[in-house]
Design a protein around this ligand. Sequence first.
Ligand code: ADP
Ligand code: MG
Length: 253
Amino acid sequence: MKSYENTMTYLKTLNMKGVLEKLDELVNDAEIQKHSYITFLNTILNTEIESKRLRRIKRNMTGAHFPIIKKLKDFDFNLIKGIGKSESIILNDCRWIDKKENLLFFGPPGIGKTHLAISFGIIAVEKGYTVCFERITNLMKLLKLSEVQRSAEFRIKRILKSELVIIDEIGYTPIDKKEANLFFNLISELYEKTSIIITSNKSFEEWAEMMGDEIMTTALLDRLLHHGKIYNLDGESYRLKERIKEKEEAIKN
Ligand code: ADP
Ligand code: MG
């Protein structure tokens, strides 16, 4: 019993939570299957490595602040123009994140821009990358507050350290001069260091108007587009289509 207690203490000291949780089961299995010492040692180490990896993914998923869970498998590529299933499969391997490339999704509301952005974000988290999701309105709030509020400062620091930053819904709300400046500085800091996904319902031409400064907008777009893939999505609004379907079904019943 003493050795068992010692093992538990050592596992706690080494912070080996994965093995700690399963110790009885692991020892039992090894005894039943008459594992060699080295096989048992490998099983112990592998259990801890896997448990740490899963815990890191869980932490990153929480830290990403996805507003909702959306999966690529639930996205119907037949409904839109501008991106195909084969392209999405290429993006699945996350090599674009290793290469610090950006994905820019443009198109009208309800077409699946946010769905795609979240899906690629979740794939990245599952592959072990750190990701942050923010709607542009909240990002602006955080940037403005980061000098006076600890939680905002903490979030901005996490964004700057992330491997993928998703900025959603650019264009729905106007941006004033100060906000445009803060946004430009953030993108400049992320440039070539972090991958960025942006979604916008406004075309590039409309960005200058939205930001109120043509030169800054050009510089901003320059940075986003340098290693960026543009997807101009088109089709009918999925939200509208769903609503029409619901109405039709209500009439039928
Ligand atoms: P956008 O960001 O372009 O306004 P969303 O991504 O928020 O659009 O999509 C609106 C809703 O419709 C979401 O619930 C989304 O999951 C769904 N949706 C949109 N396009 C598709 C699609 N092609 N396949 C499956 N669901 C879709
Ligand atoms: Mg959206």
